[in-house]
Write a protein that binds this ligand. Sequence first.
Ligand code: NAD
Ligand code: UD1
Length: 339
Amino acid sequence: MNILVTGGAGYIGSHTIIELYKAGHTAVVVDNLSNSNPESLRRVARITGSEVPFFKVDIRDREGLDRVMGQFKFDACIHFAGLKAVGESVAKPLEYYENNIAGTLVLVQALRDHGCRNIIFSSSATVYGNPEIIPITEQCPKGVCTNPYGWTKSMLEQVLTDMQKADPEWNVVLLRYFNPIGAHESGTIGENPNGIPNNLMPYVTQVAVGKRAELGVFGNDYDTPDGTGVRDYIHVVDLARGHVKALQAIERKCGLGLYNLGTGHGYSVLDVVRAFEKVNGVKVPYSIKPRRPGDIATCYSDPSKAERELDWKAEFGIEEMCRDSWNWQKNNPDGYPEN
Ligand code: NAD
Ligand code: UD1
């Protein structure tokens, strides 16, 4: 299949393109580079041996999308493009709703008008809010999000669901990611956050490489085995492969699909720190800080629906995730070079 990958220069998109080519698909990327560097795509090309056509287009730009969709015929779109910084979304809600929601509306209308009614959407476990059941199945009701970023995911799931209901020609797969970490085994592509990382693993790797003095552990008084927050970390390559499996569901004309992509294992912050130190033989100094507002104690998936229906299962464990995150960070201490 020929796949339009929005946000393909970013962290998950770049890893997914590699898995697409490995599975015999081809890709075209549109990305406005607001949170990425085109160097990622040059490195992807080195890994796959194929140049990936890239267009610096914003998904809110209908004419730009029309030009790309006029030049290529797409069998499906994998839609990663979006802003994702939780704290920033609280400070700039309108920018987040405009970029993520308005952008997706322009994108799906353009896809429809160009005859492509297949889309995979990057959603998030954040739509469960404070989950009613652990491990979280897809039956678990969506919850109250604690920030505008989360609401954009929750609302876009609704938009895409309604769109598919109104026009069953659409195949829509909503993938709820748990916590992606890790990097491609080559260590040449990985997560490249701007400024101070918000998420745990990039903070850990920046402490390990000496860019930051110590990790702040946000709370050790949660109702969890060691008091620190528990999450379902998933290797980004496993996550990428989930998209290839979702494309197969689209080929089978799945209609509407909704899947958790996680490992089903919960690890605490201190479990991650210990695993990272052990696998990589480096120290990660930390100190306990107050809880971070909006955080929940425990969040991990029941990923069995994806296994049953998509024949997808995460293969990498926490040690491989820690190894590959470190391999990327130590080989690229400053991320991708500026152009
Ligand atoms: P990322 O920021 O690395 O990638 C997103 C890409 O989208 C970037 O390259 C950015 O430049 C591009 N983009 C943003 N707005 C755009 C626009 N209007 N037009 C064109 N391109 C635009 O993020 P990621 O971690 O690769 O996440 C990919 C998707 O998965 C996002 O939608 C994100 O919300 C979602 N997601 C991520 C996580 C995570 O922890 N990384 C968890 C759950 C869901
Ligand atoms: C965060 C977002 C969520 C998003 C997800 C993936 C919040 C409230 N939620 O989830 O919307 O979908 O990222 O991008 O930001 N931690 C520390 N020290 C740190 C960083 C994190 O102790 O410096 C802890 C957190 O308290 C948490 C765990 O590590 O218990 C994981 O945090 P993080 O990587 O930010 O992911 P989430 O909070 O699960």
